[in-house]
Design a protein around this ligand. Structure first.
Ligand code: SF4
Ligand code: SF4
Length: 382
């Protein structure tokens, strides 16, 4: 079978049908609550056909397109993280039977998700979370039970979002690996189709169930041209070469105080970020004291409780919490996981209620590169 095929838009429903016939639950972008969100969708009709989004710092709104593109929008408010690593998961419950206690552990999920429309930055974010949840030291069974069954149909970006900077982070706009299929949507005056790159045996086997044709060189070039255009029109950027050192050497830069005056410590940036992974554990009991349950919930390094230890919180100020988040993403993450914790999706810029922009904050710190050592050594990593 060819490794690149042409899938006419009218045959896209066959891809959904092929995935569902193999037991996959299909999840993809759809319109809800005046946004384009990832949700369970059973057919191509549920995609946000003819819709796009306008994004800017602290701004998101839907807009009608003047064509019928199926994937003509940018990063959604929430990422695929909520499916691989749900915001809340019951770990176990304990039931009181007379004088004895019965422990009921939650089983790992055996759901088979097919993600349709994974952008390249998000694919890279999944690979970052793979390192977190499947490292040599720590393996998260719940994450891995969902991840191992996952089918990924990536979609290359055909337009640059106002807050995206994947080109700087080398994570997009074209998906390069780790997908089963990668689609590029081509919409001309006369034709509407996808150039489909096959990335795995599973992808090939699914495409064998779909009416797809051979693709010619002109059609491949047309798809590549669209991606090159996306790349060249990306407005935001971040210089990354010396970033880990720049940040770790500037922990007392005056700009942290400037950001702290604006930051509400709401934690939105951590909730929408596709790589943030912090969680907390909460226990609840019924009023009769017969049943207790333990949940894992997403947490944020912006909450006071997150850094609370015996004696109090060790990151009391907004400055220390914002600095922790940004330096972890772009500096100490590299030490921990061998990769940046940022994939340039721009969500934290769009969804920060006061428009704090990670690219602009780094640029401001870069403005004065050399700071006296002061208490850096003590602060580092705090
Ligand atoms: S940077 Fe923005 S989104 Fe993040 S905690 Fe501060 S105010 Fe909230
Ligand atoms: S830090 Fe911001 S731009 Fe980077 S991956 Fe997270 S949400 Fe996206």
């Amino acid at each position: 079978m060819d490794t690149t095929l042409k899938l006419k838009i009218n045959n896209l429903p066959q891809l959904f049908a092929a995935l569902q016939s193999r037991g996959y639950t299909t999840v993809g972008p759809t319109l809800r609550d005046e946004a384009i969100v990832y949700d369970r969708i059973d057919s191509a009709d549920e995609l946000p056909i003819g819709w796009t989004d306008e994004q800017a710092p602290a701004t998101y709104r839907l807009k009608k397109r003047d064509d019928n593109a199926y994937f003509g929008f940018n990063a959604t408010p929430q990422s695929w993280k909520r499916y691989l690593y749900p915001p809340q998961r019951k770990l176990f419950s304990i039931k009181k039977n007379g004088k004895s206690l019965e422990l009921l552990e939650e089983k790992d999920s055996n759901v088979k998700y097919a993600f349709i429309g994974v952008r390249s930055c998000e694919l890279n974010a999944i690979m970052v979370q793979d390192k977190v949840f499947n490292s040599n030291e720590y393996k998260d069974d719940s994450y891995n039970s969902i991840r191992k069954n996952l089918f990924i149909a990536a979609v290359n970006c055909t337009q640059a979002g106002e807050t995206c900077f994947c080109v700087s982070m080398k994570t997009g706009p074209k998906a390069r690996s780790s997908f089963d299929l990668a689609l590029t949507e081509v919409l001309t005056e006369n034709e509407h189709y996808f150039v489909v790159e096959i990335g795995s045996e599973n992808g090939a086997s699914i495409m064998a169930q779909v009416d797809a044709a051979a693709v010619n060189e002109n059609e491949i070039e047309e798809a590549d041209k669209i991606i090159r255009q996306t790349e060249s029109t990306m407005k935001r950027s971040m210089e990354t070469a010396d970033l880990p050192e720049l940040l770790s050497e500037n922990l007392e830069h005056p700009h942290w105080d400037e950001v702290a005056k604006r930051c509400l410590t709401c934690g939105n940036c951590t909730m929408v970020c596709p790589t943030c992974f912090c969680s907390t554990v909460e226990d609840v009991t019924d009023l009769a004291g017969q049943n207790a349950e333990r949940f894992r919930r997403w947490d944020s390094c912006f909450t006071m409780d997150f850094s609370k230890v015996a004696g109090g919180s060790f990151r009391i100020s907004p400055k220390s919490r914002y600095r922790q988040w940004l330096t972890h993403k772009l500096s100490s993450w590299v030490e921990q996981f061998g990769t940046s914790g940022c994939v340039g999706c721009g969500r934290c810029i769009t969804w920060c209620p006061v428009g704090i922009d990670i690219t602009a904050e780094v640029q401001a710190i870069r403005g004065v590169e050399t700071q006296s050592e002061g208490s850096f050594g003590q602060q580092k990593g705090v």
